[in-house]
Design a protein around this ligand. Structure first.
Ligand code: ZN
Length: 371
């Protein structure tokens, strides 16, 4: 068993070290290291918006953030012997956190972007497994660091299918980001002009934002291209299920992972999406379950009384808005502070999807967070 390392210079953005990472998905991005099944890889990663926020940043600066630089990923890692149809096993051994993290509400981004047009920043101190902040006093958030973006390269064929379906979605009035060469890494026009943006999770994993992918989790991903070409970045110190404001507690990190292969299992079982498993709680059970909580709910009826049919999005927005109002009334937080707290610590759960026309989403606030 060998250990491979990808160390980065945290004082320069990704564009300063284009041989260590990338911020688009494409099968032609050359690997940084090669490993054999059973090997470990240690990789250092930049935060989701590529060092544009520091402990001295202010909310006002968020309006100027360049989102074309999302997400600087470290990699790719070439796994020897990996072929399309294999299932790649990624055992998350450790996600080490630094001392600074942030939660950002960026105009035009986030689940309630119409309700929150103003930028807002929470700067967190990370120490001894907890996040605390003067920008959001009265709570401490237990850490369970994980990589928000973790994935493998798409095949050329998959890339083509994705580009086509996302273009079709845009034509139908949907929200998707077409390829964008500006600020792409690699800058090579043959790649930058057609590479996929990293914002949506897809069949190759990517920006899945699954908080249970903390150390101890085994992640399974179909391999699409020879060597799998694994990359990761966008680490989160903590996050509520749903990451509602669009950011978690964002941070740079060091990932340690072990790779293995289940030959042709993805092809045999027709596995096209990410799967994962673990054997124990990803955070102490009083927070994971949680033990003590207050919950709000939402149904598929919007605030002006229009009823939607079987609409989870409407129900989720309502549950979240109700939790923000509760945090404002009960704890005296501003709406922006409350929205940030929801994004890092409140879990949205689907309570039912059968009682037509109204689905129920519940929002769980763990009460052990409060001092
Ligand atoms: Zn993130």
């Amino acid at each position: 068993m060998a250990v491979h390392e990808i160390r980065i210079d945290h004082s320069v953005p990704l564009a300063g070290e284009p041989d260590k990472g990338h911020n688009r998905w494409h099968p032609d991005i050359p690997p940084v290291v090669r490993c054999a099944p059973g090997d470990e890889v240690v990789m250092e990663t930049r935060d989701a918006i590529d060092l544009q926020i520091s402990p001295d940043s202010t909310s006002a600066e968020l309006a100027a953030v360049n989102l074309n630089r999302v997400h600087p990923l470290t990699g790719p890692v070439y796994v020897e012997g990996a072929e399309p149809g294999d299932l790649l096993v990624i055992e998350i051994l450790e996600v080490a956190a630094p001392q600074f993290g942030f939660t950002a509400q960026i105009p035009g981004f986030g689940f309630l972007r119409d309700d929150f047009p103003e930028p807002f920043l929470v700067r967190w101190q990370l120490a001894d497994g907890w996040a605390t902040s003067d920008d959001l006093p009265g709570v401490r958030i237990p850490g369970a660091p994980f990589m928000g973006t973790i994935g493998v390269a798409p095949s050329r064929e998959l890339l083509g299918r994705i580009a086509e379906r996302e273009q079709d979605l845009i034509a139908r009035g949907g929200v998707a980001l077409p390829p964008e060469a500006a600020d792409a890494v690699p800058a090579d026009p043959a790649i930058a002009g057609e590479a996929l943006r990293t914002v949506p999770p897809r069949e190759n994993g990517g920006n899945v934002d699954i908080k249970q992918l903390a150390a101890g989790t085994r992640l399974f991903m179909p391999v699409w291209t020879p060597g799998a070409l694994f990359s990761a970045g966008d680490a989160h110190f903590a996050q509520g299920d749903c990451e509602t404001c669009g950011t978690a507690i964002e941070m740079s990190a060091t990932l340690r992972a072990r790779f293995d292969l289940r030959k042709q299992l993805a092809a045999e079982r027709d596995i096209r999406d990410v799967q994962f498993e673990r054997d124990d709680y990803s955070v102490p059970p009083e927070y994971a379950a949680p033990r003590r909580f207050f919950a709000t709910t939402g149904i598929s009826v919007d605030p002006d009384g229009r009823n939607y049919s079987e609409d989870l999005t409407v129900a989720a927005r309502n549950a979240l808005r109700n939790m923000i109002s509760h945090l404002e009334a009960e704890y005296g937080y501003t709406r922006q502070q409350a929205y940030a707290l929801c994004s890092v610590a409140v879990d949205l759960k689907v309570s039912e999807v059968v009682d037509v026309p109204n689905f129920v989403v519940s929002a769980f606030l763990p009460l052990d967070l409060f001092d």
